[in-house]
Each structure stands twice: as structure tokens, then as C-alpha cells.
Design a protein around this ligand. Structure first.
Ligand code: HOZ
Length: 422
């Protein structure tokens, strides 16, 4: 019996998160037993160069010695207190220092918790119910946000999940990512009812889709005019595309930012952060309730803080960006040599690759029209060559500081071979 079949006997769908199941590419998922640096080792002993990085957190590579040391030391002090500890204050100080639009921090344990809480905060703070999100953006799996969502929901073909009450869904207005006019129209019609706009500043859950010029500026302007809050969901882009996240790249200050992945350094930690007067609405200072037994867990704080300390360095970002650039340039050149049309994107340690001849990808409709069958063949070809990519055409890829020139050269050579066979 395969490891996946064994898992299916006792785990719903055989996985604890749907995108891991290979449903988007076919076949059975690889089971991993260890990871170090840029490499994964599977249960059968095969080694892979990893471009998933646990879906984003592992920006330093797997099992970075200083992060492991911080985790071990924190664990020896106790696994969970359910009471304040200084590590929580230190990581909050670090986040305020590194990210532009942050006065106050509230730690939670997952990206879903962060976005769900941010939406409640926006509704509670403004006294309004309606929210605007964008098609193909994924903000975790809470009810208000699982409507025309990206990531696993898109991969499995259930972007609007059953189980979301119609009465709640009617408060979520879904617009097309990068469609500036539709944003203006929605505010013209419903501006005084809109609590917030939530957006991935660079969409990373429908492959990688950057904003067009003026998109974020329009969101900022319309929210400010209408008294609505702007939420940047930087669970994926925060501390991943730049030291100060996507907001530092575009020079836009959201009212609330949601963080996850890198902020936990591979441990379950996330946060929603933002403007002091907005954050003052959260209990115990304000009436908007949110709580968590493991929020600010000392071991997770230690992993996150050490990770942030290690990436808080200009040279780190120059080197990481150069590695990612080398990878996407190599992939694009290899595809062109083989006559395979692709569109690539990259920023910091994040990249996208879409099989399309329609030029740069700027909306969900562009991604949806791409050649998904070709992606599936590419994914399996690369897997056979020892390169582990996200098992879905709708996910971004991640490069870490641990990826060496040799890793990148091997990956580009593997891609040249696989493109040639498509
Ligand atoms: N949010 C992650 C990237 N799309 C996926 C995590 C998961 O759904 O397991």
C-alpha cells in the first residue's frame, strides 16, 4: 500500500491541506521525511531541489542552524505559557521597525486567522458589513473570504465553497484584480456601506500576478474617501518580496496588514498589524473580540524573530532577488529555445511561471486561460528531474537564500530538458 493510500485510510483526503494532494497535477503526493537548505529528502530517499519552501515561510532555507538553535533554546524554556512573554514584544518591535504601515501588532497562529480577524476588525471599527475582494485572490478559508478564491479552492474547482451561508456571502463584493474602473464603480454605488477592501498586493494564489500602475493608488484613494479600510494581505508577500513587504515596494500604506508564513520562520505564527487607532478597537482595549490559546507562542516567536533578524539586511535582499532573477531568466530562455510560450514574474524571493502566449499575466482571466495541461506535464517532468515545484498551476514559487548557483543551474538545465519534451 502506498504512503498516500495509508494516509487516506485515516486522514480526510489523505492530506491536512488540499493543495498538497496533487489533485491539480494528478498522481500521488511525495511524502517527505526531512529538509535541509534548498533540499527535500523524500521517504524513498530521493532528493529534490525545493521551490515551495513550505508555501513561503522558508526564506532562509530549511532547518537554518540559527533558527533551529533559537527554537531549541525557546523550547527548553517551555512550550507554551498562555501568558505574556518578552519574545512577543521583541518580535512586535521588529515587525514595526521593518514594515512601513505598522504601529501595533496582534499575533495569531495562521494566515487564515489573521485575515478573518482583520475583516472582523474592519467591520467592527467602521460599523459596516460589506467587503470588497478580488477574483483569484486567496485570503484563507474563513466564510467571508471563500468566494471566487484562489489557491487550493481554485485548483480543486471550488472557488466559492459550499458551507458559506448565503446571508454572509452577499456582503462580499468580488471584483476583477487590476480592474480600476470596477473599483471606482463599486465605491460610487456602495461606498458608505463598505467596511474594507482586502487585496493581495501582488497576487500569489493564482500563480503570480502583479498590480497594474494605479491599481493600489485607486484602492487607497477610494477607501480613504469612503471611510473604508484598506487591508493588504501580505501573508505571502510580507518579508518575502522585500524587507518591508509589497507595501514598501509600491509605497502604499494600508490601514491593516495581514502577515503569515515568513513571520513564523516555519512555525505556526501569523499576525494582523496596522494603524494605532484601528488596532485600538481590538479587545481588551476595544470591543472587537479575538483570542487564541497559542497566539504569541514562545517557540514560534523565537523562530519568527530569528528569521526576521537574519533577513533584516540590504545585502540579503540584493542576493535573494538576484537568485530569483537568474532562475526566471533561465526558465524563460529555456522555454523560448524550446518554442514554449510562457510568462514569468518575480519580485524578491517570489516568482511565477504561466504557460500562455498572451503576454504578461495581469488578471485571473489571463491565468484561467493558460495551458494547464502543459503545466501538469512540466510539473511531472521536473519532479522526475529532482525539482519540486508547487503542485498547482495557480501557485507562486519561492526561492530561498539557501539556493546555490549550482541548484539554479541544475534547475534551469532540467527545465530545458523538460520543455524540450513537452
Ligand atoms: N496559502 C498557501 C499558498 N497558496 C497554501 C497553503 C495551503 O493551502 O496548504
Amino acid at each position: 500500500m502506498s504512503l498516500f493510500s495509508e494516509a487516506r485510510e485515516v486522514i480526510a483526503g489523505g492530506v491536512n491541506s488540499p493543495v498538497r494532494a496533487f489533485a491539480g497535477v494528478g498522481g500521488e503526493p511525495v511524502f517527505f521525511k526531512s529538509a535541509k537548505g534548498s533540499r527535500f529528502v523524500a521517504e524513498d530517499g530521493r532528493e529534490y531541489i525545493d521551490y515551495v519552501g513550505s508555501w513561503g515561510p522558508m526564506i532562509l532555507g530549511h532547518a537554518h542552524p540559527e533558527v533551529i538553535e533559537a527554537v531549541v533554546s525557546a523550547a527548553q524554556d517551555g512550550l507554551s505559557f498562555g501568558a505574556p512573554c518578552v519574545r512577543e514584544t521583541r518580535i512586535a518591535e521588529k515587525v514595526c521597525e521593518m514594515m512601513p504601515a505598522v504601529d501595533k501588532v496582534r499575533m495569531v497562529s495562521s494566515g487564515t486567522e489573521a485575515t478573518m480577524s482583520a475583516i472582523r476588525l474592519a467591520r467592527g471599527h467602521t460599523g459596516r458589513d460589506k467587503i470588497i475582494k478580488f477574483e483569484g485572490c486567496y485570503h484563507g478559508h474563513s466564510d467571508s473570504l471563500l468566494i471566487k478564491a484562489g489557491s487550493g479552492a481554485l485548483t480543486l474547482g471550488v472557488p466559492s465553497s459550499p458551507g458559506v451561508p448565503a446571508g454572509l456571502a452577499e456582503h462580499t463584493i468580488t471584483l476583477s484584480f487590476n480592474d480600476i474602473e470596477s473599483v471606482k464603480d463599486a465605491f460610487a454605488e456602495l461606498g458608505d456601506q463598505i467596511a474594507c477592501v482586502i487585496v493581495e498586493p501582488i497576487a500569489g494564489n493564482m500563480n503570480m500576478v502583479p498590480p497594474v500602475e494605479g491599481f493600489h493608488e485607486t484602492l487607497r484613494e477610494e477607501c480613504t474617501k469612503a471611510g473604508a479600510l484598506l487591508i493588504f494581505d501580505e501573508v505571502m508577500t510580507g518579508f518575502r518580496v522585500a524587507r518591508g513587504g509589497a507595501q514598501s515596494v509600491f509605497g502604499i500604506e494600508p490601514d491593516i496588514t495581514t502577515l503569515g508564513k515568513v513571520i513564523g520562520g516555519g512555525m505556526p505564527a501569523a499576525a494582523y498589524v496596522g494603524r494605532a487607532d484601528v488596532m485600538a478597537s481590538i479587545a481588551p482595549d476595544g470591543p472587537v473580540y479575538q483570542a487564541g490559546t497559542l497566539s504569541g507562542n514562545p517557540v514560534a516567536m523565537a523562530a519568527g524573530l530569528k528569521t526576521l533578524e537574519l533577513i533584516d539586511d540590504d545585502d540579503f535582499w540584493t542576493t535573494l532577488s538576484a537568485k530569483t532573477q537568474k532562475l526566471v531568466d533561465g526558465l524563460a530562455a529555456a522555454a523560448a529555445d524550446a518554442g514554449i510560450p510562457v510568462a514569468v514574474e518575480n519580485q524578491g524571493g517570489m516568482f511565477g511561471l504561466v504557460f500562455t502566449d498572451a503576454g504578461p499575466v495581469r488578471s485571473y482571466a489571463h491565468v484561467a486561460a493558460a495551458d494547464i495541461e502543459r503545466f501538469r506535464a512540466f510539473f511531472h517532468g521536473m519532479l522526475d528531474e529532482g525539482v519540486y515545484l508547487a503542485p498547482s498551476a495557480f501557485e507562486a514559487g519561492f526561492v530561498s537564500a539557501a539556493h546555490s548557483d549550482d541548484d539554479l543551474d541544475k534547475t534551469i538545465a532540467a527545465a530545458a530538458k523538460v520543455f524540450g519534451n513537452l
